[in-house]
Write a protein that binds this ligand. Structure first.
Ligand SMILES: Cc1cc2nc3c(=O)[nH]c(=O)nc-3n(C[C@H](O)[C@H](O)[C@H](O)COP(=O)(O)OP(=O)(O)OC[C@H]3O[C@@H](n4cnc5c(N)ncnc54)[C@H](O)[C@@H]3O)c2cc1C
Length: 593
């Protein structure tokens, strides 16, 4: 059985000490206080712990059933979804005018984390809906917004994202789905989409698909793609349901994990749809959904890692095997053993640091929303642009490592279904794949993000680090931690210069460095988050030797001593170039020798 208690103390630390929200317009503009936010999170935590967690193993065991074009979710999911939607969680950050609660973005992040910790499969139904709401709100006509957003916000209808086709995965320019215009301004959509999460199910009365398709005579490739809203059931203008649209679920996939979330093949045969955003600018509109979804997937990684940590910590305290040399017990709990302690501290220090970075990105959305100044909006947008590929990749890569470490701590019992660790490992495995594989995120960082505004996005982040280091250069308490951080920070700066010196025409060589560069950046960004945490906690313990802050300092010390220096390995990979594999003769690959 998986063990999970919502880390509310951790959430309070991030809201109160890290973001210092009490002094921040994000809350004052909404007449909210941190205690209000924590009360709301506590309510959500009850739902997650009491309703979603017990369904996690049931969902994994039963999976979804496909029958006559319909998908039936596992036992209890429909009822849980009713609780979720009736309590307004779907609309936590949606504007009040569409029926939402209009709470800060970071509240949605905490909610997504709790849901992912307790039932990742369940979280995919409302999770993609939230991103569909964003895309519709930012790109659709008022008519579409007024008709669809209230029902998506209430959870009566759910949303999906339809990009992938059999011949078109990463390379969306290969999309073949067609959209033919009708005289009334609508389009007829025809084509097949595969791997569509929650494309069909019985939790909501309607499903609203956001579908990429091309119109006749549209330019080739990605420049000819548009986005369309295609409902499963066509609504009347007042939102009541009319007749079924020509959308069919052909089958659902048998797969490794997230078994309670249906992965659907969707057939569109002259299905009625409406354009969202401008013609041939579908990727721009879809990117709103995809970027939100990328951070959401990163949060899934954090959520799974949290449950993995808590469960294996609990097990390590209870499981008795071997003993300390000086112990008088027949055997001690395995938590006394160095390797177990090291793994637990790795899990916690990594996940706390990544969560802090994630919340920093979430806060940037809230700052944009408050729109204090053009400058602040631009710097917030730059931060989000930089951190999105880093967080999506790093949080999910680490979730695979951390869930595996948790399984290892359980020994053979981890391999057995009952404890739920093997489910966490299987569920985590999709996160580096969907929403743009992690390899593609790395290419986004080293390609697009590296070059936006001549490197401004990266330089702005380095400026933040430099300001911190400058501000603390005479602070003897934090000196030791800064010394631990600096060599890896230098690795990052040196690699940035090294990549800048690489001929831009040599894209094969630049792309060879993508994953290593992302890892260096992520290790340093999480390290910087730890420096910020440590600085806060050192101040806090001056007034009060609270164990929470003392533990944070030790965890930060662990990260900066034992983890961050991995940048060296990635730097060596970059410096030794990609020639060894790029110039490996094709004849050897052909022969498989
Ligand atoms: C459970 C599940 C749920 C999903 N949900 C959805 C959904 O809701 N909606 C949706 O539209 N899709 C969904 N997908 C699809 C998912 O987003 C794709 O599987 C993913 O984007 C990768 O595409 P692909 O599988 O075709 O792999 P490919 O594109 O064929 O890639 C194969 C490998 O090649 C690498 N690669 C590809 N191109 C390059 C390149 N240019 N440079 C370097 N490496 C490259 C990739 O990183 C990958 O490792 C889902 C998939 C699964 C399994």
């Amino acid at each position: 059985m998986q063990i999970y208690k919502t880390p509310l103390r951790e959430f309070r630390f991030l809201l109160e000490d890290f973001l210092q929200l009490n002094n921040n317009k994000v809350l004052t503009d909404r007449s909210l206080e941190i205690d209000d936010l924590l009360m709301i999170l506590e309510e959500a935590s009850k739902m997650c712990e009491e309703t979603l967690l017990p369904l996690n193993a049931i969902g994994d065991n039963e999976g979804c059933v496909f029958e006559d074009g319909k998908v039936i979710a596992p036992k209890g999911f429909k009822e849980a979804y009713k609780v979720f939607s009736e309590n307004g969680w779907q609309g936590i950050k949606v504007k009040e005018k569409y029926g939402g609660q209009e709470l800060p973005y970071i509240m949605n992040m905490f909610l997504d984390e709790m849901v992912s910790s307790t039932n990742m499969s369940f979280g995919l139904y409302p999770g993609l809906t939230a991103n569909a709401i964003d895309a519709i709100e930012k790109s659709a006509t008022d008519e579409l917004k007024n008709l669809y957003l209230p029902h998506l916000t209430s959870g009566k209808w759910t949303g999906t994202m339809n990009l992938t086709e059999p011949q078109c995965g990463t390379d969306l320019g290969l999309s073949k789905t067609m959209a033919t215009p009708n005289d009334d301004g609508s389009y007829n959509i025809t084509g097949t989409k595969i791997f569509i999460t929650c494309g069909e199910h019985d939790l909501s009365e309607n499903v609203v698909h956001l579908v990429l398709a091309r119109t006749p005579n549209a330019p080739e490739g990605i420049k000819g793609i548009s986005l369309f809203l295609v409902p499963k059931i066509l609504p009347h203008n007042d939102g009541t349901l009319d007749k079924k649209n020509n959308v069919k679920c052909g089958s659902i996939e048998k797969k490794m994990g997230i078994k309670a979330s249906p992965t659907c093949v969707m057939h569109y045969e002259d299905a009625k749809g409406w354009l969202v955003g401008d013609l041939n600018k579908g990727m721009k509109a879809m990117f709103i959904m995809m970027n939100g979804a990328r951070l959401f997937v990163g949060i899934q990684g954090i959520g799974l890692s949290e449950t993995a940590f808590q469960s294996s910590l609990n097990y390590a305290k209870e499981r008795v095997q071997g003993k300390l040399p000086e112990s008088e017990n027949i055997a001690d709990p395995i938590i006394v053993h160095p390797e177990i302690r090291k793994n637990l501290m790795f899990m916690k220090s990594m996940n706390d640091g990544i969560r802090g970075l994630m919340i920093r990105a979430g806060h940037a959305f809230d700052l944009i929303d408050i729109d204090q100044s053009k400058e602040l909006t631009e710097s917030s947008e730059n931060l989000i642009a930089l951190l999105t590929p880093i967080l999506k990749s790093f949080a999910t890569d680490k979730s695979m490592e951390i869930t595996n470490q948790a399984l290892q701590i359980y020994g053979g019992h981890g391999y057995i279904t009952d404890h739920g660790m093997e489910q966490l490992v299987r569920d985590a495995r999709i996160t580096p794949i969907y929403e743009g594989t992690n390899g593609i995120q790395a290419l986004d960082l080293i390609g697009r993000k590296f070059n936006i505004h001549n490197g401004l996005v990266i330089n702005q982040y380095l400026d933040d680090i430099n300001s911190f280091l400058d501000e603390h250069k005479d602070n003897s308490k934090i000196e030791k931690f800064i010394k631990l951080f600096e060599p890896s920070y230098n690795d990052l700066k040196e690699c940035i210069d090294f990549i800048k010196r690489t001929e831009v025409t040599n894209s094969q060589e630049i792309n060879s460095h993508a994953v290593d560069f992302l890892n260096i950046f992520a290790l340093v960004a999480v390290g910087f988050t730890w420096l910020e945490f440590i600085s806060i906690c050192l101040n806090k313990i001056e007034d009060n030797e609270d164990d929470f802050y003392l533990s944070k300092i030790k965890l930060g010390d662990f990260y900066l001593t034992k983890v961050i220096f991995e940048t060296r390995k990635f730097k060596n990979n970059i410096y030794s170039s990609g020639k060894l594999y790029n110039e490996f003769e094709d004849k050897f690959f052909e022969a498989g020798i």
